[in-house]
Design a protein around this ligand. Structure first.
Ligand SMILES: C[S@@+](CC[C@H](N)C(=O)[O-])C[C@H]1O[C@@H](n2cnc3c(N)ncnc32)[C@H](O)[C@@H]1O
Length: 327
């Protein structure tokens, strides 16, 4: 991805206040935690690109295969029901996989409006700048902010269905209970007949899963530690990265893959005028990447007000892009 470092003219102090509040609240709770949505500053965006390309991180390759080879089938399943629709993508990232679906979308003539939503202003500017060049005629309406707030802002065009995409196993960054709450909220913002295309990583050999979050080149470690660097820079803090250990875990009985940063010593960190104390070996819970079973996915669709339409899987059956329709 081209490196994009410009920041949007967002109300920085308001964003900083929310960041500081979330960081302090998380580090003052027990167990300590940080929110993974803050991973994505410019350095975090670039590190995530490296993770996506490293050999252990199979998720991107599997979903890329699905979208390269089955986008036409996904679009025709939608077109069989909706002749005109708008596309909205939650957490679009660099859209390097969705671009295949966007091309088929334009070819099928269902519509030309695409609303990529992302909390990273760098990403939204990048998509606004590059996508219309890559797909002539595509009307890119980038929305920089939180998933749900921006989904509400994207609105519903009269006479047109909506297709919401939530790719890359981003749903895995919620616990199953949180995911149910989130998808029920997405459903409340849709009308019956609208679609959700959602990527789930499937449960598989636990070693493969753990390796994907512990790549040998250390990109995932740096991605986690980068949040400490971001807190230092933006919140006037003094974390010392080398005093924390990146520690990923996977529990095959629940499908929960969790990442922690573990304090390597007793230490005190100053953050925006507050002091946070860490015991030696105390963890900070950073992120969950929940893995699902096909049955679990089906049950989730119906509990959240959707009917499963079709599952699109890769050759190895490691990943699924599930197409659901709002009931
Ligand atoms: C793991 S990346 C996935 C990107 C892309 N969907 C893909 O499959 O490659 C998650 C993306 O979601 C964005 N994101 C994370 N939390 C968000 C939130 N709460 N609201 C909006 N965007 C968010 C991040 O900035 C990042 O670009």
């Amino acid at each position: 991805m081209r490196s994009v470092t410009a920041t949007l003219a967002a109300p920085v102090s308001k964003a900083r206040q929310a960041f500081l509040r979330d960081v302090l609240e998380g580090l003052q709770s027990q167990p300590k935690r940080l929110q993974s949505k803050y991973f994505y500053d410019a350095a975090g965006d670039a590190l995530f690109q490296q993770i996506m390309h490293c050999p252990e991180y199979y998720l991107t390759r599997c979903e890329m295969e699905i979208l390269e080879t089955q986008s036409a089938a996904i679009v025709s399943a939608i077109r069989a029901v909706a002749s005109q629709a708008d596309l909205v993508e939650l957490g679009a990232g660099d859209a390097s996989k969705s671009i295949h679906l966007l091309r088929e979308w334009m070819r099928a003539g269902i519509g030309n409006r695409y609303y990529p939503i992302d909390i990273s202003g760098n990403i939204i500017r990048h998509l606004q700048d590059t996508l219309p060049e890559q797909i002539p005629g595509l009307d890119v309406q980038g929305l920089n902010g939180e998933y749900m707030e921006m989904l509400a802002r994207s609105g519903q065009t009269p006479g047109r269905a909506r297709v919401v995409m939530f790719m890359g196993s981003s749903i895995g960054n919620f616990t199953p209970e949180e995911a149910m709450g989130f998808l029920s909220e997405v459903r409340r913002q849709l009308r019956p007949g609208d679609f959700l295309l959602i990527g789930f990583d499937l449960q598989k050999n636990p070693r493969l899963i753990l390796d994907a979050y512990n790549d040998r080149q250390g990109f995932t470690r740096d991605f986690n530690l980068n949040l400490l660097t971001r807190i230092n820079r933006e919140l006037d803090a003094d974390f010392q990265r080398h005093h924390f250990l990146h520690y990923p875990t996977y529990d095959p009985s629940t499908g929960a893959c969790k990442s922690f940063l573990v304090s390597l010593r007793d230490q005190a960190v100053h953050i925006g005028g507050s002091i946070i104390r860490f015991r030696k070996d105390e963890p900070i819970y950073m992120e969950i990447s929940q893995k699902y079973t096909p049955d679990g996915i089906r049950e989730m669709a119906s509990s959240c007000g959707f009917a499963p339409v079709k599952n699109f899987t890769d050759d190895k059956n490691w990943f699924v892009d599930a197409l659901w329709q709002a009931r």
